[in-house]
Design a protein. Sequence first.
Length: 478
Amino acid sequence: MAYEFERKQRVVIVGGGPGGYEAALTGAQLGAEVTLIERQGVGGSAVLTDVVPSKTLIATAEAASALGEAADLGVQFFARTDTGRPVRPEVTVNFSAVNARLLRLARQQSEDMKAQLTKAGVQIVQGEGRLDGPSRVIVSTGTGKKATDFDELEADTIVISVGARPRLLESAMPDGERILSWTQLYTLQEAPEHLIVVGSGVTGAEFASAYTALGSKVTLISSRDQVLPGSDEDAARVIEDVFLRNGMTVLSKSRADSVVRTENGVIATLSDGRTVEGSHCLMAVGAIPNTTGIGLEAAGVQLTDGGHIRVNRVARTSVPSIYAAGDCSDFLPLASVASMQGRTAILHAMGDAVNPTELRNVTSNIFTNPEIATVGWTQKQIEDGIAQGEIYKIPLASNPRAKMMGLKDGFVKLFARTGSGTVIGGVIVAPRASELILPIALAVEHRLTVDQLARAFSVYPSLSGSITDAARAMHIVN
């Protein structure tokens, strides 16, 4: 008697960044036959050239800042000369060692992720993939030849997670030495004497903050009225004030028309004719999705005018068998969102229970010093009448733990629904705001009221105490 066995669902994932990695793990967990195609290394650019190395650099900058601020807490550093006279030592940063460490950590993270996939039974193919219709992927090794065993992969489900790359301007093309994209910073052997940063969005602000702390003179060229356009205005104002106090030059309402290399550095020419000379220039003017030339349009996948893949809340594209996750999609360009999209895509494709992603529940963080963390509705949306809410802001300087730590900049801001008191959002500007935002994120996710949040016990003294203090101040009288 012959028995028929149900064939495993075949999942092919193009791109091994956070979205592709999570999709692969989820597919293997659910029993699918999973193949992951990645040209650079598991983790993609997020791990190898973007999130992991940049945040490692920022951690080094935070350590340098802590040393410089220790004197405010009564801690002083002295060395002694041969005669016994105390002298204050100079704090220096070994850039060669810093960059070697961050690249090593990035490679190790990639290897750890690869090991996890291999252990789960995922087949990893190093190469490039492109669609050949809605259910087939063509793989090449990048050498002009097709991969021997994986030239054509049939798939029941395809996940595109090819990420994005730095946007380039013809008038300011990176050369990898003096004019740099954010993926090229890690080849520097010493700190830039004067770093010009073009672009004051998240990437530009983070690197400007870090390099100032690492001892470089920094000029930040911002085309907007303030740094971090689109961010909470109060938060952006705090960050800009800190930048200026730390010696950074911020050129607001300025646009760089060109950046060219000189004999010993670079010169940026602004649209009003002014020039800025520096030793190096970082171009941080946005990113472009890696969606060109991979067969999306021919397969029927709809794209935005900017080249991003249109997806719904379960990461599905206009083609039922094709999903997309991460910076190549038209969702929020965050690693955490990419991971959630990857997992959600596979759960949906394989018929498992799935919660569609709600963007208003997504936490985001800007890793300046101090950090800015946000979740939920924004103050501008409330002020514009898009959401009905009350706003309460408490300065960090009033927090007892902040006083002990010598913190003066920052705040906690809560947004609660008018009438019900349901927490609908919040902003935290503080050291480690990325950690502090979680209680507010949980409140938003589970629709807690300010009274319910206030009933939670925060440690005394703690920075998180400002969250419960703000919640108590917004008490709803019954």
